[in-house]
Design a protein around this ligand. Structure first.
Ligand SMILES: *Cc1c(COP(=O)(O)O)cnc(C)c1O
Length: 352
């Protein structure tokens, strides 16, 4: 606490990201990064971004990159918005689209950044309980909410909603913006982007951080009808006109150009996830069905907090949330097969 802080700064409870420890020997399964490298073209594009392009400001509208995203989704460039990581895109959505007199609704167990942005931007919110088996119940969203945000698949559970459920949500709340945060959609879900022409209240947010192995590059994207995108652009241009640097724009173009690499990495992660889930079930874990690049699991005999600590002693880092309803679960990112074998070996060792 400093006497120089504004009342706003003093009153915040900022989001705490998973730790990023340095050290070679660690098996790092705590922040849902991709274990595989980005497409080779990405590295080439970064190397080729020359001094002469760095001395100039980037294209503030990222026109070329927006066009490339639009082509991939069968949308228009005017239906695409880019930001410095999807966290920035989401933050702009909180300010530009989700803040109304009536409360924003989101699941009680979901991305823990949502309450943080709500508090930063003074957005009234209400939390909708997941079912006892940790599913998002689209019927449970209050009729009179002012806006909605749902991660799909949900985080940190990994549980997927089908497009039928998303349609129901969009139809039942036709006067509320519905943001679907698809940070993990490429690991087995069907994207809601194809509903965009039908629904004027749908914004879909995605990221290059997880499925494209580019967490370090910071590229996030939103898809929606033009009027929603314009709402985001108004916030962006009142905050930072150049969120996408020259290197990110070129590198992301190269990632989009190599669809095969992207699909192959996703397939490998999915295969490793399924194998790991099956082995953990054999060890007695309750593992929620995951459509993401992580597993959310609980063991009936050993407290999650203890498991977390004992894995850590063995240089394996997973994520533990000390929060009601999920304090008996661990969130385990999917690494390489070797990393998951190290995890399974350690669990076998630790469990009674
Ligand atoms: C990781 C994550 C994000 C943010 O990703 P960026 O790295 O900022 O693009 C957003 N939403 C959810 C649910 C996430 O798990």
């Amino acid at each position: 606490m400093s006497r120089f802080w504004s009342k706003l700064a003093a009153g915040l409870s900022p989001y705490v990201p998973g730790e990023q420890p340095r050290g070679e020997r660690l098996v790092k399964l705590n922040t849902n990064e991709n274990p595989y490298p980005p497409a080779p073209g990405v590295l080439a594009a970064i190397a080729e971004t020359s001094g002469s392009s760095l001395k100039r400001y980037p294209d503030p509208d990222s026109s070329e990159l927006r066009a490339a995203f639009a082509r991939r989704e069968g949308l228009d460039a005017g239906q695409v918005f880019l930001g410095n990581g999807s966290d920035e895109v989401l933050a702009h959505a909180f300010q530009g689209l989700l803040k109304h007199d009536r409360p924003l609704a989101f699941p009680d167990i979901s991305y823990s950044f949502y309450p943080v942005w709500s508090s930063l931007y003074d957005v009234p919110f209400t939390q909708v309980p997941l079912t006892s088996d940790f599913r998002v119940d689209v019927q449970a969203f209050p009729k009179d909410c002012g806006s909605i945000i749902v991660p799909n698949p949900n985080a940190p559970t990994g549980v997927l909603l089908g497009l039928d459920d998303i349609r129901q949500l969009l139809q039942a709340h036709a006067d509320a913006v519905v943001v679907i945060d698809e940070a993990y959609i490429d690991f087995g879900g069907e994207s809601a982007t194809r509903l965009i022409p039908e629904y004027d209240n749908l914004l879909v947010v995605q990221t290059a951080s997880k499925s494209r192995s580019l967490a370090g590059l910071r590229v996030g994207v939103a898809f929606g009808q033009e009027h929603l995108i314009e709402g985001l652009v108004r916030i962006k241009d009142s905050f930072n006109s150049y969120p996408m640097d020259v290197v990110s724009q070129q590198a992301m173009l190269a990632s989009l150009a190599d669809e095969q690499w992207f699909q192959d990495c996703c397939t490998r992660v999915i295969q490793t996830r399924e194998r790991t889930a099956a082995s953990m079930a054999t060890l007695g874990f309750e593992v929620l069905p995951s459509a993401a690049n992580f597993l959310f699991a609980s063991h009936p005999q050993v407290a999650a907090r203890d498991l977390f600590a004992r894995l850590r002693e063995r240089q394996i880092i997973v994520r533990y949330f000390d929060k009601t309803r999920i304090s008996e679960f661990l969130r385990i990112s999917i690494g390489t097969d070797e990393e998951m074998d190290a995890l399974l070996g350690a669990l076998e060792d630790i469990l009674p």
